[in-house]
Design a protein around this ligand. Sequence first.
Ligand SMILES: [Zn+2]
Length: 447
Amino acid sequence: MKSFLAMLLAVVLVFGVTSVFSAPAADSTPVTATTSALATSPHFDVDAATNTYMSQLSPEARANSDAYFEGGYWLVLWDCLWALGVAWLLLGTQLSVRMRNLAERITRFLWLQTAIYAIQYIVLTSLLTLPWNIYEDYVREHKYGLSTQDFAQWSGDQVKGLIVALILGTVALVIVYAVIRKATRTWWLWGSLVAIVFMMFVGTTAPVYIAPVFNTYTSLPDSQLKSQILSMARANGIPATNVYEFDASKQSKRISANVSGMFGTTRISLNDNLMNRSTPAEIKAVLGHEMGHYVLNHVYKGLVFFAVIIVIGFAFVYWSFGWVMRRWGTGWDIRDPGDVAGLPLFAALFTIFVFVLTPVTNTITRSAEAEADAFGINAARQPDGFAEAAVQLSEYRKMHPGPIEEFVFFDHPSGWNRIHRAMVWKAEHLDDADIRALQVITPVTSR
Ligand SMILES: [Zn+2]
């Protein structure tokens, strides 16, 4: 589902569900922290400590994660080209016009015509992107050992995703097209406002209503760890009274957690991979990071950033729509921007816009992630747990990219950067009693 709506949803989910520390557990590379000796020495060497963590990964493991992540750079391009190909097919073969004509024969109500077209469009584009989707999301994930789903389970999730997209996408398109028809010259502004409000709605309701469609959430049994998590939440003004665990292991090996919700729906959730594959120090470090997203209001700030991007994107579509129509669109039979048969062109133009803006959106997200890292390490005070979690994330994210590479392609700080920052923090806190005590209590940790 590489449609325009799927992209909007993706944007919403990135910032709405702040599920940020997601990664496969490093099961093929057992990690044994050996940095305690470094910490107890009088001269703590940040670079040496960083290198010690980096060296926990075998050259093979590094090569594997580099290949997986670098392959992702190309996927950004192929995703874009595939989406453009689908749009070209719908427009060039007049399939889109026939879908509109069918809708017009069924009903004379404009909004219902849009809805009928939207349903056809979402189903058809999902089918047309299915082969690519199977490769990218199933075959490739299995090739790198990141997925735990068989094909039937994967397909089941795809069907659920399609149903969610059909409901949300149809509603959004009916409203956006009503606006485009009403405000023929200023729809780019009003239309983007609709998209932004829709994004806020999905962002606030998705963790509560959509996430349970895919995973089961259960209350984490009482434990010392749970008390410590809730204590950290109270200390940082997070109004959560319970911690939930969800069964992400049925989909992948990635560890993840999030602090989501607002208006009384605030909840702390962590997945079973994190629970089962990580040490308490790592879990606290990860949750400190997630609490950082909440306390620093990253959902709202993200909405502001992406609202600006959406307005510019709609303005770009408004401007380029007519230009493309004059140049190539004579045979497409699209009447005007308010004609829903032009949706494939709308989606194609927005896809190009999002593609070109990849480094910008990645940098917005990566900056917020770095802020959450800084908050989390101060809240959790677990520099080694944080570094170990960064090592655990390595199987699907390249550990040590060049600066330009990180700027363009990374939506999180690289593993090397995260470990290095954690070690800098540790070097400045070596005299603190709790950091000294950590070295005594947990001289060696292993998963
Ligand atoms: Zn994050």
